[in-house]
Write a protein that binds this ligand. Structure first.
Ligand code: GRF
Length: 194
């Protein structure tokens, strides 16, 4: 059976990327990570990509803080197309995806968000859940569209909020759930689309 060709975009540590790479390695996910692209030159995710011997590309995002320049996004698309990517996976990518990239991969971009969407979109969603006094939060894999954290949901996992939790302890527990959920959601995408 065909492997799903995946391109990963991330800005940070890359723990979700590594969980996906591990799941492929263990034979649980029939996919091939063709490239990891980052807007942060010295990011953990690019270092991890080198460790896994996966093509790692830094793309200078340009002058804006929350999005990529038109040129940067065009370069990202060029790399993803070069690799024949079927699915773009955002794994801690801290910029808004522009119209150009959305058009190049319609219904083929996924993101993971650390809350049970539609609750707590936006930054530091684990802190938002804690401050709201919730007893349960979680993580969500969803399609990316023009509304930030607003696309159609593919999968969710609940995570309890325990007495004495700090933002850090809660975020760690959510990330453990993310590392299990994201490979499963990608596998589901594959079964629906290949
Ligand atoms: C994750 O917690 C995810 O929910 C959010 O960004 C974080 C990325 O972490 N979108 P990592 O870089 O995968 O470790």
């Amino acid at each position: 059976m065909d492997k799903l060709k995946v391109g990963i975009l991330g800005s940070g540590r890359g723990s979700n990327f590594e969980a996906i790479a591990q799941s492929i390695d263990e034979g649980a996910l029939n996919a091939d990570i063709r490239v990891v692209i980052s807007d942060v030159e010295n990011s953990g995710i690019l270092q991890l990509a080198h460790k896994w011997e996966i093509r790692a590309e830094f793309v200078n995002p340009g002058q804006f803080r929350t999005k990529m320049s038109v040129e940067a996004e065009a370069r990202v698309i060029e790399i993803l197309k070069e690799e024949g990517v079927d699915l773009v996976v955002l794994a801690g990518f801290m910029r808004i995806v522009g119209a150009q990239l959305l058009r190049a991969f319609p219904d083929r971009i996924l993101n993971i968000h650390p809350s049970l969407l539609p609750k707590f979109p936006g930054l530091e969603a684990w802190r938002q859940a804690l401050e709201a006094g919730e007893t349960v939060t979680g993580c969500t894999v969803h399609y990316v569209d023009a509304i930030v954290d607003g696309g159609r949901i593919i999968a969710q996992e609940k995570v309890p909020i325990l007495p004495g939790d700090t933002p850090e302890s809660l975020h760690q527990r959510i990330q453990k759930a993310e590392h299990i959920l994201y490979p499963k959601a990608i596998s589901y995408f594959r079964s629906e689309n290949l």
